[in-house]
Each structure stands twice: as C-alpha cells, then as structure tokens.
Design a binder for this molecule. Structure first.
Ligand code: IVH
Length: 784
C-alpha cells in the first residue's frame, strides 16, 4: 500500500521536527546528517509537487522572501526589563540581604535561586498562538521593539510550532539570540578569505545578522536561541517556579541553558559563580556574567520591580573581556624561520582578569585590515586563555596625530634585508605570483634572533632532545659566539662550556654527553629539528617514512613531495627551497660530517606505489580545471606517465570523468617541451626512489584502521600521556592535529577539557573519553 502525499508529508515533517528537537534542545543527535538531508529533500520535493499542501509551519518554510520596507514597530505588552548588576561578592550579598529585608519571615540562607549563564547576545521575544510562532521581536528600548519574525524563523532551533500539548493559548517566550564561538570564527574566517569586513565579537555578529533585511542572509548565519523567561501568558498557566517553567518550555521544544541550576542562598550563588568562572572559557558561547533569579514566582511577585529592573533577579558580571586602550607603538619580532611579525605595545589595561600590555597583530595584512595607526585607541579583547587581540580601532577617538605603521626594510635584530613572501597560484593563465602577507628576514642563522630560536627548536624534546640546552644557555652560547649554527653544538668542548655562567665541571660534562647522545637520532626527528618552514612533526614523519632517507628528502622535486600524504604544493615548495638553499645545505653537510647520523630505513614506503600516487602527481601539476578527481581518473586511465606522455588528442578525449576544458588544458600542457622535460625528470626521480605505479585496485593497497582520519587530543589523561596516546593513534594511521576544525574526525577529551571540547561539540564531531580511547586502542592492538 502506498501512502498518500499528505500523509507522507505529515510523517516527514514530524520526523524532521523530532530530529531537530533531539539535536538542538536535547543535544542528542539521533541520525547522521546525510540521513537528515535525505528526509529534508524528500519533503521539499513532495511539497514542490503539491504546493497546496505547504503550510507556514513546515520545516521547509523557514526562509521567506525579503519584505518590502524596513522592520515594523512592535509594542511589548509587558515591558522587557533589564537587570541590575553586581560586580563583587559584597554586591551579590547585598542583593540577597535586601530580599530578606523586604519579605517578612524569609530565611534567605535557604532561599532557592535559579542560576543561569548571562548569554552575550540580544534579547528577543517570541509569541506563540495556539502553539504556532506568530511573531518575533527585538527588545528595543524595552517598550517598543522591531518585528523580526521573518529573521527569527530562520534560526534553526526556534520552533515554528510547539511540541506536545498544554501550552497557553497565547504564550510569549523570552530569551537570547547569540552566535556560538565556533560559528563566529568560521564566519569571520570566510569574511577574511573574501577580503570582507569581519565582526568584532560574537555579539556584534549576532546583532548584525538579525538586523539583515533579507532573511536569506540571516538564514546563513550560525545563530541560536536560548529561552530564559516568559512574558505574556493568556489562556493557560505555567508552573509556580522559574526553574520548572524553563523545564516546561524545554518540553515544548525550546532550548534552555543546560547549565541552569537551582541553589540555595548567597553561598550557593557564589559557589555557582566560582564553578562557572572555571567553565567559562570552555563553553561553546560567550557569556558576560551569570543571572541569579528567585525561583519562587510567589516571592518574585511579593518583591516586584524597582525602576526598570526586578528586585528578584541580578546579573553577576564577570570582569570585562574587552577594553579600550591606546596603541603606544608597534614593534617587530623575528621568528625562528625569519618571519617578521608586528606586536602591539599597549598602554597597560585590565581586561579578561589580567593586565595586558602587548597584543598580537599577526601580520601586515592584519594591520591594513584594521587600518590601525600608532597612537590610536583600540579595542583589546582577551577571552579565556587566548592571546590578547586588537579587534578594532575606535576611529571616533582619532585626533589626527596618529602615525601609520611601516614595516622596516631591514631586520631589527641583524640588519639584513626583509623580503615579502611570494605566493604562487595556478590559474587559467598559468602561474601567478602574488604578494604574501608574511615578511621574512633573509639573514637566516646570521640573524641572532633566528639562530637562537633555531637552536632552541633543534634541541627541543621532540627534535634532537638535548637535555640541558635551555634558552638561557643558548643565549650565552650565541652571545659568546661559541655557536653560530646547530652544527657548532657538536664542536663544543667542556672547556667552552665552563665559560658559561653557572657551569661547573659536572654540568659541562653532562651537556656535552647529552649533545653527543643526540647524534643517534631517527630521521623524522632530524628533519623536524631542521626547522623547515611549515614542516611540523607530522610532515617530518611523512617525509622520513615515505622517502626513507635524508638524501631522498634533500633532492626530492616539489611535485614528488606533493604526492606524499598531506603535503600540498605550497609546503612541497617550502621543503624543496629549504633544501636547495646553499646556506642550509652547508649546515646539513656540517652536521653529517660531525657524525650526526640520522637512522634511516632506506625504504621508500609501499604506500607510494599505485595509481593513487600517480593521480596525486598529475594533480600536483596544477593544470587548470584538472582537479583531484580528474587527476585520479587520468591516472587510472593511463596507468603510467609514459602512456600519458604519448597520448594523442583523441586518446585524451576518451578519458571519462574529465570535462572538455580540462582535457584541452591538459593537451596544451603536454605540448610544451619544458613541461614534458619536467615530467620526465619527475618520472626519473620517482623511478630512482623505487616508486612505481602500475594501476592496482585501491582495495589491495594496505590500509590502517584510522588511515585518513585526523584526531585531536585535549585535557589530561590518567593512564597514558597525550604524547603516548598520539604515538599509538599514529601507529593506527591517524594524523594527530593540535586544533579542532571541520576536518577533525574525532576528539579525545581528558579531564578539564576546555575550548576544544566545546568546539568539537559545536561542530558535531565524535568525542571519546579516556576509557573509550583505551578500548579502541586495545581493540586495534595498540593497548597499554
Ligand atoms: S533575565 C527581567 N536571563 O541580559 C529579567 N537575561 O540586562 C529579564 N540576558 O536584556 C532578563 N542572559 O538580553 C535573563 N539567562 C538570562 C540572560 C539574560 C542574557 C540578557 C538579556 C537582558 C539583559 C539584562
């Protein structure tokens, strides 16, 4: 029996509403995204075929057409009030005391308070009539707001229709619209990529998004709604306390804050404050304080209001995370790889709980984007433990005496030239070189700043692991001119070290022994220790395990490097350029001649054989319109480079899965003698490396259980250290990254996991605790 369209539509809408409820309100997603998308598409299609069955509360109808004119005014039937603030324990205790003074016979030590985070967004009123959302409005001045129904409808977790039953005929729900931190970062990331203006903070982004006249734009913004009170209630009743009311709202499908607790007395409120202070940085959204509300509605009514705020509630504010101060100067620091970065010197200001006098400015593009000048007043933001940032210039405070920031043309440390990095992009007209945002001092190891940092990196635990080579000793070794390159470390004698402050016979011998021991190092640590720009532990590991020897890494062509796992063309060129540089070559030769002996397998990884790598190689040529898929298809079709080189136009035309423009570009590419020459050189190199690429079906390639996955570790674990966990995950084929992004496959969250956990949850990424990790490792033969 086939179901009729109206029945199917009804069933699909119910399913979608249920999934939305589980996802947005209960925080327990019940189906994979792909399945949700499928149901949604089916509903959309059915509604398109049966337009007469479309109703405004259908989940497909969130985004409507742009209205004529601006937003209409709305009168709030009950004014939307504000809250008094408390900034200290005394002020909070004063608030509770005043409640005791007003209500006869009340024991405030036992009085129940509902505690919630104070979300940093915008207050909104939603009116439901017979369970259907009929109006959404801003708070405005508390009495008159703006009708933003069409925009509010696009917020995915605002129910268009209430769930269950028993709601009052007319119910006004009040709450906050806000933008979670991860969504805010992603939105700004996109804006930066398009050279558009970024938002200063999530609150401004939420406000800007709600103020859009076109609901289609609002719909693309990652907004959320969280309920914290009610307004008008007609034709029905709500529970007797605030906390029960919120639970009732939750049953009707509205999100409430999961951190909401009921505590007793001022002591309970203060304990909650201390608890949330700890949690704050790890929350998925910004909060600027907490709200404490007398839970009993009867006592609330007895207390009433003063001016525009209730006597029964208070906002206990956290120290501000944004302050305005003066930019006194911009100085330039030189990093390990020579990158010259601007650092803001600020008039000291108390922000986010600490005094801040420096802030990062990232690079010269950031200075241009902010249009910041020395002498400007700037807004400084310090949220959680992140490095303080300048988020905007307060242009109203300009006097005209401000001066522009210029990057020096000579390195402030060594006086060498500073060069702007070039970006190579491949497009229709071939290679295009554009200016990068990074400037580099060309002095390399003759630049003291680079030398000191290079030595520090070289000796660090994950590199050559030279115990006792801390920054103080490096400082002296360089200042006394005992060391001018990493190789010089291996020329030191105990006598040299005795010249260092705090060094005696024994400590000198110990450091010499540690340096000596580091001569036996494995290849991946050695490559990492060289400090090649863009080459972290993971890339060093790939280079070592794939190419098998230092000699291979040193001579590998960029296109060959780009066929390796997770190495793109930009990084490939960095590695190649580093290795071709005569100065670097000398350092490496010196190290080898001083008997630093990286242990090599000599084996080129078998994972590099087969048509998969051939596809990567074709892809790395950057032929316009031939993407990764097209390159893989070409690889599978031709199987060998010589077959591809010999192909005529008709044979290329016969390849499937490649558009005609791409085929033409490929044909033209192959016409060029220089290109053919380059390809032959690459082929020869690959052959010398022992790589080969007969086409083989993909499944015959050996694969590890976590191959292709990216894992992130955060928080403290008991049974093993993060590094141990990392090594085990890598052994199973996973890549272990330092930060959570949309590409993360899973997050392992130990104790006191903070913002990474919040971000993973925000992005719906799989999260494992320590026990689950150990279980997985054991199941895959990597147990403790
Ligand atoms: S209760 C009469 N609860 O704070 C009490 N407000 O200064 C009405 N806010 O405009 C507010 N989180 O935008 C309440 N959990 C929360 C809140 C909250 C944020 C905002 C709201 C209001 C302002 C009051």
């Amino acid at each position: 029996m086939t179901t009729s369209a109206p029945e199917r539509i009804k069933a699909l809408r119910e399913q979608i509403d249920n999934h939305n409820y589980r996802y947005y309100v209960l925080d327990e997603p019940s189906i994979p995204d792909a399945e949700y998308d499928r149901i949604f598409r089916e509903l959309k299609q059915l509604e398109e075929e049966n337009p007469e069955l479309v109703t405004p509360d259908s989940p497909t109808q969130r985004v409507g057409a742009k209205p004529e004119g601006g937003f209409a005014e709305v009168q709030h039937e009950l004014p939307m009030l504000s809250l008094d603030n408390a900034f200290s324990e005394e002020e909070l205790r004063g608030f509770v005391r005043r409640i005791g003074d007003r209500v006869k016979g009340l024991d405030t030590a036992a009085l129940a308070f509902a505690c919630e985070p104070k979300l940093d967004g915008l207050a909104i009123s939603l009116v439901y009539e017979n369970g259907v959302l009929v109006r959404g409005a801003t708070r405005g001045d508390g009495y008159t707001g703006e009708d933003i129904t069409l925009n509010v409808r696009t917020i995915a977790n605002v129910p268009l229709k209430l769930r269950g039953s028993g709601w009052p005929e007319r119910l006004e729900v009040r709450g906050e619209v806000y933008m979670p931190k991860a969504g805010f970062e992603a939105l700004n990331e996109r804006a930066r990529a398009r050279d558009e203006k970024t938002f200063v903070n999530p609150r401004n982004a939420a406000a800007g998004s709600l103020r859009q006249l076109d609901p289609k734009i609002t719909a693309q913004r990652p907004l959320e709604f969280c309920s914290y009170s009610t307004g008008i209630v007609d034709g029905g009743e709500l529970p007797d306390s605030h906390s029960e009311t919120l639970h009732q709202l939750r049953e009707w499908g509205l999100k409430i804050n999961p951190e909401m607790r009921v505590v007793t007395g001022a002591d309970g409120c203060l304990e909650y404050y201390r608890d949330m202070e700890q949690k704050r940085a790890g929350l998925a959204y910004d909060i600027d304080g907490l709200v404490f509300k007398v839970d009993s509605r009867e006592i609330q009514q007895a207390l009433g209001f003063v001016a525009r705020a209730p006597r029964w509630a208070i906002a206990h504010k956290f120290p501000a995370q944004e302050e305005i101060t003066r930019l006194n100067d911009v100085e330039f620091q030189v990093g390990r790889t020579g990158a010259v970065t601007p650092v803001a010197r600020l008039e000291p200001v108390f922000v986010g709980g600490v005094t801040v006098s420096n802030a990062t400015l990232h690079n010269m593009d950031e200075i241009a984007r902010l249009d910041v000048k020395i002498g400007d007043h700037v807004m400084v933001r310090r949220a959680g433990d992140v490095i303080p940032q300048i988020v905007k210039v307060v242009t109203e405070k300009r006097t005209g005496d401000e001066s522009p920031v210029h990057i020096p043309s000579q390195c402030p440390v060594c006086g060498s030239d500073i060069e702007r990095t070039q970006l190579v992009k491949r497009g229709k007209g071939g290679e295009q070189v554009s200016e990068g945002a990074i400037y580099r001092c060309v002095g390399r190891l003759s630049c003291e700043a680079q030398l000191k940092q290079a030595l520090f990196h070289f000796g660090s635990r994950k590199a050559m692991d030279i115990d006792g080579l801390g920054d103080k000793n490096i400082e002296q070794l360089v200042d006394l001119e005992l060391v001018r390159s990493p190789a010089d470390l291996y020329r030191l004698s105990t006598r040299d070290l005795l010249r260092l402050e705090g060094f005696a016979e024994l400590s000198s011998e110990n450091l010499i022994a540690a340096i000596d021991q580091s001569r036996q190092v494995n290849l991946e640590r050695f490559i990492y220790a060289l400090g090649i720009p863009e080459v972290g532990e993971e890339t060093a590991r790939t280079l070592a395990s794939s190419l098998g020897s230092l000699a291979n890494v040193r001579r590998a062509l960029p296109e060959v490097l780009a066929t390796l796992k997770d190495i793109g063309l930009t990084v490939a060129y960095e590695i190649h350029n580093f290795m071709q540089d005569s100065h670097n070559q000398k350092v490496i030769d010196d190290l080898l001649s001083l008997e630093v002996q990286p242990k090599e397998s000599g084996q080129v990884s078998p994972a590099l054989t087969g048509s998969v790598a051939f596809g990567d190689l074709i892809n790395s040529l950057g032929i316009f319109k031939v993407g990764k898929k097209g390159a893989d298809n070409l690889a599978a079709h031709f199987g060998t480079l010589s077959a591809l080189l010999e192909a005529n136009e008709a044979q290329i035309a016969a390849v499937t899965g490649l558009n005609s423009q791409a085929k033409r570009n490929l044909f033209e590419y192959l016409q060029s003698e220089a290109h053919r020459h380059r390809l032959s050189a690459i082929e020869q190199q690959l052959r010398e490396f022992g790589m080969h690429w007969e086409c083989q079906p993909e499944e015959s390639l050996q694969s590890l259980p976590l191959e292709g996955e990216t894992w992130v570790l955060t928080g403290a674990m008991e049974a093993l250290t993060r590094d141990e966990a990392k090594v085990r995950l890598q052994a199973l084929g996973a890549k272990v990254a330092g930060s959570v992004s949309a590409k993360t496959s899973a997050l392992v969250a130990g104790e006191k996991a903070g913002s990474k956990l919040a971000k993973a949850e925000q992005l719906g990424i799989r999260v494992l605790n320590e026990a689950q990790l150990i279980e997985l490792l054991e199941a895959e033969g990597q147990g403790l």
